[in-house]
Ligand binder design. Structure first.
Ligand code: ATP
Ligand code: MG
Length: 587
């Protein structure tokens, strides 16, 4: 097939679009692949749609290979099933909710566990029907808080989502493993560097949930890895509970005046000045216990305060905290919140006020690195006062622990071997052993071999298809434009005809027909009134891997073949054009 640029629905832009943030995204807009309609909502233009369909094709092939069956469920969904699983509320502000003309609540699907579950329940009733894996490549809707990164975080986006149905855990594990293998093949073929990381707390077993992250400085996820192959999303890192230490030599807790020390830095300076340590070493932030207050906003609108105690040399990591308290959303404590809890002395908050049974009545959770028996300097719950030698377990307790402290480069691996390095990635895929949560809520049961009803166990697996287009673009570009890998280019060949000489266009048309006859897709720049310079710029910007130029050289019977990636160019006789291009394209 040939796309003629004289009629192709395409406008390239010389200037970067104002809304775009990432270089690959800017190029997709400038080269006429996509166009923004609203924040996080994009139109796929002819070239973009071709790339998208190629990515979809890879995903489809690999899903079919593991025996998953393609279906397409609606995006417009009724409220009831999401009510039954709690997600109508739990999904919070990210869910697009709407009403039909009769006033019935509906939603635009952010992901489809409920509806797949009900579809299977409608049709299947026996263990003999299972295992089953279904998938769709479909538009999803999420009202993302920060839809700024273009296709990477859309509010309307395309996902491949699949769901597996098994009678027992062994079956689920098999379905999960098959999906994992399919994902490895998909992301190998997409060609970007990726890591597979643990994505959940591990409470359900080591591989209950894993993410495929494209390694990228633009990624919104932080992950850790160690030299032994452990890799985890930072949200999933489980800092081990520190072993108890002997506190028998620690003196009794003492309250001291520490005026004007509402921050850790001012406190440490004051301690070193006015209360030097007996062992001669200086106080550091790590000797202090920092108590951070947040207000949890529950999806049902209720609010609940929470206090998190971390060593003073670490911050509370917002993403780790979010993951721990989901579906609630943590917000910083406001002055009004402080006013509502007079037992809290802002800047001097200590465990004396915190805990469900303490004066402020606020749930208090500690970082697990805070060992029983360890001593701390922390707030004395009075303006301008701190307490020294406060021992965990002797002088204070908390209501539990929370995995919310910042993870740092060099921290020990959770398994005790090796140390962690940090990097950034974009979540491209996610595989998840759901278990029976959805099937239970929606009553998906089948009869087992003994005629007994058992609840089906499910897995859920997602690939960001539109996000993958953005990731491929991000990873394949240069100063001049996009540089598509052959498998995802919108065309096999970009043929540029230059000059005014009619013979050039006649020869070019002939080459186009020859290439079409070989089943190649040609993007043919047949525009008559556009200068060669503009055509070459457009070809670089659009990024088709092979560029053929039919122009001045034709007088000597020559055309030029150029490799977009390496910039290598060679002249070949015009009569060999089709054969030479085929060699480039098919290798
Ligand atoms: P993220 O952490 O990036 O918000 P998620 O964990 O909410 O993603 P899942 O619910 O696991 O995403 O969805 C499966 C896949 O769909 C993700 O791995 C990602 O590739 C893609 N995806 C999720 N949200 C978006 C979005 N807003 N825009 C484009 N792709 C998305
Ligand atoms: Mg995910």
């Amino acid at each position: 097939m040939a796309m003629r640029m004289s009629t192709l629905f395409l406008r390239t832009l010389r200037e970067d679009p104002a809304d775009a943030e990432l270089p690959g995204h800017k190029l997709l807009v400038r080269a006429g692949y996509i166009r923004r309609v609203a924040p996080g909502v994009y139109t796929w233009l002819p070239l973009g749609l071709r790339v998208l369909q190629k990515v979809e094709g890879v995903v489809r092939e690999e899903m079919n290979r593991i025996g998953a069956q393609e279906v397409r469920l609606p995006a417009l969904l009724p409220r009831e099933p999401y009510e039954a699983t709690g997600r109508w509320t739990e999904y919070g502000e990210a869910l697009f909710r709407l009403q039909d003309r009769k006033g019935s609540d509906m939603l635009l699907g952010p992901t489809h566990e409920e509806i797949f579950c009900l579809t299977v329940k409608d049709m299947y009733s026996s263990y003999k029907d299972l295992p089953l894996s279904l998938y769709q490549i479909q538009t999803k809707y999420r009202d993302e808080a920060r839809p700024r990164a273009g296709l990477l975080r859309g509010r309307e986006f395309i996902m491949k989502d699949s769901y597996s149905f098994d009678v027992d855990q062994a079956g689920l594990q098999k379905s999960y493993d098959a999906h994992r293998e399919a994902y490895v093949r998909i992301f190998d073929r997409l060609g970007f560097e990726y890591v597979i990381v643990h994505a959940d707390s591990g409470a359900m077993g080591g591989s209950a949930s894993e993410e495929f992250l494209a390694v990228s400085e633009f990624g919104e996820d932080t992950f850790v890895r160690d030299e032994h192959g452990y890799a985890a999303n930072v949200e999933a890192v489980q800092v081990p509970q520190a072993a108890e230490v002997d506190a028998s030599a620690v003196p009794a807790a003492q309250v001291h005046d520490t005026p004007d020390t509402p921050t850790i830095d001012t406190l440490v300076a004051r301690l070193n000045e006015a209360h030097p340590r007996e062992d001669g070493r200086a106080w550091t932030a790590a000797d202090t216990l920092k108590n951070v207050l947040v207000m949890l906003h529950q999806p049902d609108g209720t609010r609940e305060p929470l206090a998190v105690g971390v060593p003073g040399d670490r911050e509370v990591d917002p993403k780790r905290l979010e993951a721990q308290v989901a579906p609630a959303e943590p917000e910083p404590f406001t002055d009004e919140d402080f006013a509502a809890f007079p037992a809290l002395a802002k800047g001097y908050i200590g465990p004396g006020a915190l805990g469900e049974d303490k004066p402020a009545g606020i749930r208090y959770l500690l970082d697990p690195s805070i060992a029983v028996g360890s001593e701390w300097v922390t707030g004395a719950d009075e303006r301008g006062k701190h307490v020294l030698h406060l021992v965990h377990g002797r002088d204070f307790t908390a209501d539990g622990t929370i995995q919310a402290a910042q993870i740092r480069e060099g921290d020990p691996s959770p398994d005790g071997h090796g140390s962690l390095t940090l990097a950034r990635g974009m979540e491209m895929g996610h595989i998840f052993q759901l278990g029976t949560k959805y099937a239970e809520a929606l009553g998906l049961k089948v009869l087992d071999e003994n005629g007994k009803l058992v609840t089906v166990t499910m897995g859920s697996y997602g690939v960001g298809v539109s996000r993958s287009v953005a990731a491929v673009a991000e990873g394949n570009r240069d100063e001049a434009g996009l540089v598509w890998p052959r498998a995802f280019a919108p065309a096999d060949v970009h043929l540029v005809a230059t000059g005014k000489d009619e013979a050039v266009f006649v020869a070019a048309e002939e080459i186009v027909s020859g290439l079409e006859a070989q089943d190649l897709t040609v993007l043919y720049d047949d525009r008559r009134k556009v200068s060669p310079g503009v055509k070459f710029k457009d070809a670089e910007l659009i990024g088709v891997p092979t560029i053929v130029v039919v122009g001045k050289g034709l007088a000597d019977g020559k055309i030029e073949i150029k490799d977009r990636r390496s910039g290598d160019r060679r002249e070949v006789p015009v009569e060999d054009a089709v054969a030479e291009v085929l060699r480039e394209v098919r290798g």
